[in-house]
Each structure stands twice: as structure tokens, then as C-alpha cells.
Design a protein around this ligand. Sequence first.
Ligand SMILES: Nc1ncnc2c1ncn2[C@@H]1O[C@H](COP(=O)(O)OP(=O)(O)O)[C@@H](O)[C@H]1O
Ligand SMILES: CC(=O)N[C@@H](CCC(=O)OP(=O)(O)O)C(=O)O
Length: 262
Amino acid sequence: MSNCFVMKCGGSTLAALPELFFEDLKQLQAEGIIPVIVHGGGPAISGTLEKLGIETEFVNGLRKTNEAVLDVVEMVLAGQINKEIVRKIQLSGAKALGLSGVDGHLIQAQPVANAQEVGLVGDVTHVNAELIRGIVAMGYMPVIAPVGIDADGGQRYNINADTAAGAVASHLGVERMIVVTDVPGILKTVNGEKQVLPSVTVHEIDEMIASGEIYGGMIPKVKAAVQCIQGAVREVVIVNGSEPGVLSKALKEGTIGTRIVK
Ligand SMILES: Nc1ncnc2c1ncn2[C@@H]1O[C@H](COP(=O)(O)OP(=O)(O)O)[C@@H](O)[C@H]1O
Ligand SMILES: CC(=O)N[C@@H](CCC(=O)OP(=O)(O)O)C(=O)O
């Protein structure tokens, strides 16, 4: 789908996204550059778990998930956050349709390799790209919450939103994925100062993970990016959502954020 791009919107930045961000989305759609949105919501999930007195813990960036945690993940991601994003897009005047990976078997998943450690966390095995194409053809922006379902339809899985977005981008065959977060790109300390890297290679990413310069929530982003660009996706750009006109700049000018290229 050469006219589509996948945008992953992180929980870290959702509350800070200015009205202009949604107007930018609408403008892109009007120009025929169609966003397919996959969102996170990690901080909101943690907040609700805390209110409910349910303990939460991360192992290598993945939330340890049991059935009680999964209920909250689904409620917050597919309910609260998904509808909040849909409302904001609709307020900008564009058409959006929210759904989770469960709807129409949109994101099929299986347990991750370290399921014994993290529980009901999923890896994506299949994406119902036809459904996404159908929604886009009807003039709606798909807004996808990263809850997956197994092939039988009996088991839900919590999927890291970066991983889910990367899988959607790969299965859809888009050229670009934009990862919207709360930092202006991948930062590296040069002469004692943090600088945004305009672009990085897979080799540099490996080095930065090994040295600890890429850590925490940036790890699933770069891993999803590296996996994506092995296939049809040409580049992944990491940008800060609160910067004005960030999407247009990333898509049309290429002058913002960090680009991860083949
Ligand atoms: N090298 C790096 N450059 C920039 N941010 C980094 C780096 N390594 C780790 N991070 C962290 O990754 C965070 C973004 O990931 P995360 O908090 O999971 O965001 P999101 O909710 O958008 O997925 C940044 O706020 C920063 O703390
Ligand atoms: C397995 C796993 O860790 N799932 C994530 C899903 C949400 C997410 O990834 O949100 P961000 O993009 O805001 O980090 C979680 O439970 O927090």
C-alpha cells in the first residue's frame, strides 16, 4: 500500500499531542497519504493497575501479564485510549475507526519465546491486512490497539505496541513507519552533550544497545524497526509528537527525528 504509512503513537506522548498534530494527520489523509495508526498506552495501563492494587513489573521492556493484568490492558488500550484517539481525529474533521487486534482477527499472536517469564505476552504471527485495506478504502483511518488473539480465537495476548506496529507495517507492505514518542529521536552523547542522530544503521543500533546508550522503552522501538526494514519497509523514523508539523516534516521533508534505514 504505497499511499499508506504506519504511525505508532506511544503512551508517553499521547497526552502531550497538540491539536495541530491531528490537523496534520487530517491534512495528510486529504492529500492521499493515509495513516494507519497503532497506539500504546503503557503509562495509563500502569496507572490503572496501581489504582486497582494490581502489581506490575517489566522484564526487558515487556509487562508481565496474567489474566487480571490482561483485563486491564484490554480495558485501557481498546477502551479508554483507543476511543480518546478516535475522538481527537474526528474533532479534527477526519474519519477514524478504532479497533483492537482482536476485532476481525486483526492481529493474530502466539506466546513470546520467554512466556514462562512474562506470561500472556504475544508475538505477531499474522495481520489481517485485507481488513485494514477495507477500512482505508472506506475513507477511515484505522486506529489499532495492540491486543492480539490466537488462531483459535480463544486466547488474548498483550503485545508491545512497537512490536505490533512493526508487524502491521510489514504485513501491510508500507514503505514507511513513523514512531511518535516523547524524545526527538535516538539520542547519543557526543563530547558530553546529548545529540539527536539524524540516521542510524542496524550495526550502530546493536552497538548502542550493547553499550547501554539505547535502553528501556527505546529497545522495542529499534528492534521493531530493524525487523521491519528487513522486508518491504524502507525506513522507520523516530520523532517527538509534540514538535509542530512533525508528521509532514518526517514524510515530506525528511528533516526531523532519527531515520533507521537498511
Ligand atoms: N538512546 C536513546 N535516545 C532517546 N531515548 C531513549 C534512548 N534510550 C532510551 N530512551 C528512552 O526511551 C523512551 C521512549 O520509550 P517509551 O517511554 O517506552 O515511549 P513510548 O510510550 O512512546 O513507547 C525515552 O523517553 C527515553 O527515556
Ligand atoms: C507486552 C507489553 O509490555 N505491552 C504493553 C502494551 C502497551 C504499550 O506498548 O504502550 P507504549 O507504547 O506506551 O509503551 C504494556 O502492557 O504496557
